[in-house]
Design a protein around this ligand. Sequence first.
Ligand SMILES: [Zn+2]
Length: 426
Amino acid sequence: MMRSVVVVSVDGLSSVDLPHLESLPNFRELIQCGSYCRDMRGIYPTQTYPLHASLITGCYPHRHGVHANTLFQPGRSSPDWHWFRSFLRVPPLYELATRAGLPTASLLWPGAARSRNRYVIPEIKTTRPGQCFPFLLLSSGSPLFILQMAIRYRSLLKGLEYVYLDNFTTAVASHLIRRRKTNLLLIHHLDLDGTRHRFGFRAPEIQKVLEDHDLRIGTLLAASRSSGIFEHTTFIVFGDHAYIDVHTRVRINAAFREAGLLELDAKGRLISWKAWANCCEGSAQISLQDPTDRTVHEALAELFARLKDARLDVVETVYPRDQIESMRLGDHLDYIVEARAGCYFIPDIEGEVVEPAEPGFRAVHGYHPDRPGYGSLFFAAGSGIRRGVQLEAMRIVDIGPTLAALLGLQLPDPEGRVLTEILDSR
Ligand SMILES: [Zn+2]
């Protein structure tokens, strides 16, 4: 019988959660029956979309093209996100599986809107006035399937808050598992991420949310057992990044405006720009209109020095182009600015450059992945996985090649590796 792989991305599940997870029955089952890594490293920036693009292609952003959550759109304080499959420049694993005749599903999976998975519930939000959310949702996914599932599990959809969405996608995933509909099932859970942003990285509220996620894993394990395919199913559960608690927001594009690098019309709309920062919360990616313009580099050097000095102290590191090359992010960036821990960047042109954090916004990610204590968790159990292997280290780009191996596939020229230590070759 062909193997079935169930992949659950618990957004924001990080290394600090391990002690609590070890006390919860379903995570404990994954740990005891399978293999895990307590310190998986992400990619720069540690944002959900580039991380998911990296894990599903096995490549870094310079190859797959998703270098941040949002697109580079100078002048927009609410830029569009990399919602769609078409933004990936290399084929994701789910497409290889589809081509090989294996049915796939993506449930709120980042970057899989308008993909060719057999069952798609897209993760997408409106970012512009006049957009119609139901239309956007249905036209970016599998409309009939979404409607059928929304009717079948309507009692779970008490709202669009993350806790209800996670309960809903768990019910949909269980439905697909019970009916043996897919060989690759990708699920993205959101409540932990939402709770950490709102209450803080280690807030007391996290405990209950982890318990809820444990119950959801239990629901999926039970669905697999009742379907009779448990022995042929692999479960992969992981988190994409950790967080740092914040107290200060930085409007770096407002600083560019003050330095004369942006030109606005009378209504405050951007007419022209010499430098623009695509903000990734813990870091900001800066491109110059003309990278050879020395006066702009000089103006930025002065500005960075001001943001770094003891009075403001909101920037920790400035990476110039020659250092960015080794980060495998692509060649379109002139600088990356890493915020001081506790500070984060937002894209607004107007407003104070440095201000206290937005009320009700306590923790962010997007910082450099190699910051200490910034790892995430990876668990694998079930068909094809060895019992009791603890990986000392792995990178998130290793997930895609390993999933491919479990499905008898191979990603084309990945930068991550197959985690052969955890695979049972029998
Ligand atoms: Zn995330």
